[in-house]
Design a protein around this ligand. Sequence first.
Ligand code: UGA
Length: 364
Amino acid sequence: MKILTLGAAGFIGSHLTDRLLKERHTVTAVDLYSEKVAEYLNHENMTFIQQDIRSPDWDLDRAVEDADLVIDLIAYANPGLYLRIPLEVFRLNFIENLKIAEACVRHGKRLIQFSTCEVYGRTAASLKNARVADPEDPIHATFSEDTSEYILGPVSKHRWIYSSAKQLLERVLHAYGIEQGFNYTIIRPFNFIGPKIDFLPTDNKDGIPRVFSYFMDALFNGTQMKLVNGGVNRRCYTYIDDAIGCSYRIVENRDGVCDRQIFNVGSPYNEISIRQMAETMREIYAQKYHDNGTRLPDIVSVTGDEFYGEGYDDSDRRIPDITKARTLLRWEPVWSVRDTIEATMQAHVDEYRKREAVTIAAHG
Ligand code: UGA
């Protein structure tokens, strides 16, 4: 297939590009930066277009018309940005993405839209006065694509503008499906991590990174690992190889099983609290990478407002129900949470050392 991949050089996009090229597709990759796809820039089946899709010189219709399949990964997806630039988050994640979807509708092209598990919001068990027999039961935190309710906070908690923008985009795709037979598939990623995830907070290309990179930064520099509100919230970390395995089955779309479907993509077995994650990372770091001259970081608690600024709120737990991916795609994640964290740390350490070596060589 000729595949147009928008946001091809982000964390997920770069791994997907690798897979698409291995499967011998022809890829037109569009992104602001090319670092994460540098190794494919001269690949005979890849054309890289360095482009801000918000710019008026970008010919979206031409790019879409030319493709058999469009994959849209363009988004601001780091919570720090939802707090700092909520309007821009809305503009990019809804308005600009809508233009892409409508170009696909106009040209009759299938669209794979990356969305987010954050559309589900909070668990019902986390609400004040919730009446739940056993709040710890994972059933209360397990979300299904076509039946779960979405619970978000008030407008004053503007963190939810991201979730709302993504949710509205999903609803519009669905409506185009109903009214005009538009063929789309929505992927809701559940905390993918692995090589090339956003780098350190000091490397600001990815904006404000997610928790993994903050913790790595603290480990490298011996500064504090900060747990927002004690690190009680939980996530299901999914190794990127598992995630790409599933995403590629969605690209293949055998027998049209993904037509107008939404898929949770994540590992339900890998739930971990942010505190446990900090402790696990510190323990692995101490065992494998720590040189005795430097200090291991303290793990401290900070409030959401201190860390992110006003308007912070959070998903407390989110476990993917992957029955649909299992049944329709015959997909099952295999990476454990410990292996996922270890492999991602190893890639991060390798990258950090490579950058350090370049800096030392440059400055003597
Ligand atoms: C983000 C996006 O909002 C989701 O859309 C996306 O699906 C998800 O990443 C993902 O990677 O798949 P989130 O999991 O909240 O969601 O991202 P993080 O910034 O990594 O936060 C995870 C948790 O760690 C939050 O509870 C946050 O408050 C906490 N945190 C973050 C800390 O305790 N310390 C830090 O230094 C940073």
